[in-house]
Design a protein around this ligand. Structure first.
Ligand SMILES: [Zn+2]
Length: 146
């Protein structure tokens, strides 16, 4: 009877650990990523089929390679071309998405250089009248105009 109680306790602990694991944000994020990735693969394939397949078809048939070493090399080249095209399409889509993200975003103002002490060259507060590092008296701060 004692062992049974222990087993139940262990099972409960295991369940709790599993719940903690499954409910962690990164597991769910990962699952979403995998699912979106799978769907995204279809988009990429569709783009290749629609826009690039005609182009590929006009090239000498690579996949048609017969048997033997030459055929293997040719089919490998076909796979390679497909991979490069997939990467290119992916790159184009990511570029487009990034460009879309920028729309409506204000261009970031160029950051003002931090003020430095003219005597010891360490960073200091803009309003400081005395350097906290070398204790030199500082001239009045005037922001540089860009
Ligand atoms: Zn200083």
């Amino acid at each position: 009877m004692i062992t049974k109680g222990r087993e139940i306790l262990m099972l409960k602990k295991l369940l709790k650990e599993f719940k903690d694991f499954a409910m962690k944000g990164n597991v769910i994020d990962m699952a979403v990523g995998v699912i979106i990735g799978a769907a995204f693969g279809k988009v990429v394939t569709a783009v290749i089929d629609i826009f690039l397949q005609p182009l590929l078809d006009s090239l000498p048939k690579l996949e048609a390679g017969g048997t033997g070493f030459a055929g293997s090399v040719l089919s490998f080249l076909g796979v390679l071309v497909e991979f490069i095209l997939t990467a290119l399409v992916l790159f184009a889509i990511i570029k487009a998405v990034n460009a879309a993200k920028q729309i409506g975003k204000k261009p970031e103002a160029p950051k003002e250089k931090p003020r430095t002490c003219p005597f010891c060259c360490t960073e200091i507060a803009k309003e400081a009248t005395r350097c906290p590092h070398c204790t030199s008296e500082l001239p009045k701060y005037e922001p540089k105009k860009a």
